[in-house]
Design a protein around this ligand. Structure first.
Ligand code: HEM
Length: 114
């Protein structure tokens, strides 16, 4: 705020500087993910890992976001609120998925960040 002139608004460059704030946000949505995940409808019968999935079934895209974010192997002391876990090395790929993953990842996530 000290770098801003009176009345000057925060902009995208400012947001990049407040890293601890973003770590806090990430820890909030790790513990309370707004989305529980999404589904796709099977267009054809198929077999995956030995499971037969009939056409028309709804298939969970990424499992439960909630339980993925509480995996103690990747998030030790998983129930503790600890924004420092987002400092330095980021969580392993696909272990922090509030906006899911490519190719249908949320396009609003940077807007959400603002
Ligand atoms: C906390 C807020 C939000 C969360 C947790 C969230 C989460 C998600 C998730 C999990 C998906 C993937 C859905 C799927 O694969 O079926 C998604 C997709 C999407 N989100 Fe968000 N979202 C948020 C806010 C927003 C906002 C603010 C916008 C727009 C301004 C937005 C626009 C979209 C769009 C357009 C897609 C579809 C992307 C595609 O199909 O390629 N989201 N979001």
């Amino acid at each position: 705020m000290k770098s801003k002139k009176p009345g000057e608004l925060l902009n995208w460059d400012d947001i990049q500087k407040v890293k601890y704030y973003w770590n806090v946000s990430c820890e909030v949505i790790r513990l309370s993910p707004p989305s529980q995940g999404s589904f796709r409808e099977a267009l054809n019968d198929f077999v995956f890992n030995g499971f037969s999935i009939p056409k028309g079934w709804k298939v969970s895209k990424a499992g439960s976001v909630h339980s993925t974010h509480k995996n103690p192997e990747y998030f030790p002391n998983t129930q503790n609120f600890d924004p420092t876990r987002f400092e330095g090395n980021r969580p392993a790929p696909y272990m922090f998925v509030p906006f899911e993953g490519r190719p249908k990842m949320c396009i609003g996530k940077e807007y959400v960040r603002l």
